[in-house]
Design a protein around this ligand. Sequence first.
Ligand SMILES: CC(C)(COP(=O)(O)OP(=O)(O)OC[C@H]1O[C@@H](n2cnc3c(N)ncnc32)[C@H](O)[C@@H]1OP(=O)(O)O)[C@@H](O)C(=O)NCCC(=O)NCCS
Length: 197
Amino acid sequence: MPVLPVPDPPLTDDVVALRLWQTADLDQRLAGYADPEFERFTWSTGEPVTEARLREHVEQEERERARGEKLSLAIVDAAALDQVWGGCSVYDINLDQRRAGVGYWLAPQARGRGAATRTVRLLSQWAFDVLGIARLELTCAPDNFASQRVAARSGFFLEGIMRSYMRFQGGRRDTMLFSLLPGDLRDADRPDRQPTE
Ligand SMILES: CC(C)(COP(=O)(O)OP(=O)(O)OC[C@H]1O[C@@H](n2cnc3c(N)ncnc32)[C@H](O)[C@@H]1OP(=O)(O)O)[C@@H](O)C(=O)NCCC(=O)NCCS
């Protein structure tokens, strides 16, 4: 599979911008990963996120991009591109099946103003338009209510709960599965929205 394209210039809606991670972001990324909510819902190993582990993770992400499997981007302030608000990714990319997953996190100071919803909408539109994805999946823990709201506000529909779906922090965890088709994204703001085909 080819190296994934990178949004250039950054994807933006004039509030958030999504750009490639840079070396200078390391400390801000590390601070975001140290947040208990991030550790609770996102970091599956349960080990503390040290600088060494983050560097390994970054190298792994570069290999995944080169293999066409995952694109990881920084969520930054559109008015100050060096101010990291969080991170997002398109992952498990299967261009043959035209399917992929979308993930995100925000640093505590960037929460509560819709930045995650803006991010998911921008990234989803890009995945549909540029990668030709036909179905995006979003998964989260059953008790991650903020993330479930982000999914719904971005136009996703809940498909169900996958029991004991994944290894997580020394045990196993259920996962909620949401999906988004291009028409769902177009209708995301309609109060009477229904799943599209
Ligand atoms: C998930 C996350 C990105 C959401 O950030 P956000 O969009 O800024 O979150 P907000 O505070 O604006 O909340 C979004 C919605 O969830 C609701 N919400 C927030 N925290 C909540 C909670 N603990 N319980 C119930 N609802 C909650 C908000 O009221 C809001 O609802 P609204 O759309 O009806 O206004 C952020 O909480 C985060 O980074 N969490 C840790 C990492 C993570 O869980 N990533 C997702 C993994 S699937």
